[in-house]
Design a protein around this ligand. Sequence first.
Ligand code: G3P
Length: 219
Amino acid sequence: MEIFIDTANIDEIKQANNWGIIDGVTTNPSLVAKEKDKGKDFKAIVKEICEIVNGDVSAEVIATSYDEMVEEARVLSKVHKNVVVKIPLIPDGLKTVKTLAKEGIRANVTLCFSANQALLAAKAGAYIISPFVGRLDDIGHDGSEMVEEIREIYDNYDFKTKILFASVRHADHVKQAALLGADIATVPFKIIEQLYKHPLTDAGLKQFLDDWAKLGQKI
Ligand code: G3P
């Protein structure tokens, strides 16, 4: 399973990339708006991210009509060869995805909250579908069940659309993504840090080093 970082923060992207476990990046308008340098051109931010991480980088359109989304997607796709254009799962969005697929522009269909929506996105030719698991969990539904259903539907019909487990709320979501056969999980920086952590690892390492110190040797 690929692990993407879900952020537009350049420092976080650089740090996670240095750990060598990041396969790509997802951003969205809210994540970009959270960053300090609000005046910075969005395309420049996307280019900078693409130059740090050697993998897919999702950048979202702001328009909601077919003509404007196609136009914005074309602009974003020219920023770097690794850009995947994020398109919202609305009727005009799926029409846009179909046009982009014909032009060879890869689309990440975002704001997916049901297996039926994911089916339509795959039929439109989406490169990635992004089911928002955490946001469904937040309202008392089972977001992981949606991912399980999408996996089964895509396997039934051999759809190549990648399933990206999005809206990750905790480390256990990452495990669920892997167990359910998601192709990608996009994970906030803080949760990537938590993936490494286990108290028994820290305690075990301390014990090993304390015992070794008693030998007074170097390797
Ligand atoms: O990048 C999209 C998705 O991961 C957003 O997550 O935390 O805003 O529900 P969240």
